[in-house]
Design a protein around this ligand. Sequence first.
Ligand SMILES: [Cu+2]
Length: 509
Amino acid sequence: MAVPAVDRRAFLKGAGLVAGTVVAVSALGGCSTAPTPRGYGGAPRPLPVPPLADATGDATSLTYRLTAQAGDSRILPDVSTRTWGFNGTHLGPTLTARRGDRVTVEITNTLGETTTVHWHGMKLPAVADGGPHSPIEPGATWSPGWTVENTAATLWYHPHTHGLTGLHAYRGLAGLFIVEDEVSDSLDLPRDYGVDDIPLVLMDHRFNEDGSLDETDLPDLGLLGDTPTVNGITNAHFDASTPRVRFRVLNGSTMRFYNLAFSDDRAFNVIASDSGFLPEPVERGMLPIGPGERWEILVDLEPGDDISLVSLPFPDNFGVPEDGYTPDFGLGDQFTLLGITGPPEGSGPAPAVPGVLDVRAATGPDTTDAPQRDFLLNTFSINDLMMDMNRVDVVIDHSGPEIWKVTNDNSDWPHNFHIHNARFRVNRFEGTGVEVFNDGWKDTVSLPPGAGATLAVEFGHHPDPTWPYMYHCHMLYHEDQGMMGQFVIVEPGQTPALETGSSEHTHRH
Ligand SMILES: [Cu+2]
């Protein structure tokens, strides 16, 4: 359905006025007048680390089993919260595989509600991708299988239920999928999972007085929270045992952008983006991360260090106007995310950071003669259209790369853009004065108001006219409101013929 531009603007203005109260509420999480978010008083708790999942099968053909289940968790220290998780009450275990492995995941849904599981960042056949066309009904088991073709990277999995992705992720359905290969083997990097190689799943929540999750969608903001959590708890603390720690940071929040830094402003090295290693480490003091994105960073620590990983207010509010008409996306908020203490006395200095990480990442795809497509993001639409499970928006009938020019057409809202079954380079970033770090291979790009990103996109090539892949805004309230489209990869001359899906919308309103 097309949405006339005039109506969108009118809606936006009206919504902004309604959101006036939200601005005030969200500002409580801000830096200057902010009280401590709930769960951050008192003693910190040790950072939980999601367990590594056990695989069955032989060395190169792995089978994982995930059970989506509900249960009670201690997100807050003093009260239990009903949450969802895989193989546990909250979040999910970390899956691992090597490039070239055959992977099968048997997912059983015991939730009592239909959900799906999508492999974010993975190149794989659309039938295994776990988008909205692959519902797992209550009591059912879904067993996708594929051969891992990604290079070493920190990927993740989360629901992609039509109209309900944000809610299902917010309840806790998210886990990491770490891919290793011969390059990651060869690098002198921290690799002892849970010791010096630490996943950090960032989320944010709102709580009712009784400790239950507040699942009320705020106007325009959906499930934006006022309380940050790391690996499922508030006020987490990590005691380093080594002089260098590798953090694999996932922004698993539904709507929140974080501006990562350390409390003492120390520099750190960025070593990997969404889709794998950078060609060489890049030293940074701040690092924005949008919903769905991942960064791997190295931080060096000394005995006696007592610091925090924090999220700082975005310079220039990420280009979003601070007025009475624009919803407060929390871009001015400041949070302590994770307390960190240095290694024990007597720990030596960290070794030199490798000067080269992955020469394969130094160049993008050759886009000479590559087709270009344009995507205009505005409010809840892409190219004036909202998601329709029965409509194919893009047909790709070749195996080469494409140029996708993605523009945030809103002057006052941030968006971001994620493409399934693909990785891309950000070749140009324009239309905004806001600096966004976009080095390396990515699968999700953050777009401040007005920003245009020219992406050189490399797709997995698994032609199948019957199953679509998704592209969408990864601010999940936007996605759930319809900010998503479908593409199909076919053989030359083939016509898409979707056999799956339905026009039934399951929006919760
Ligand atoms: Cu959006």
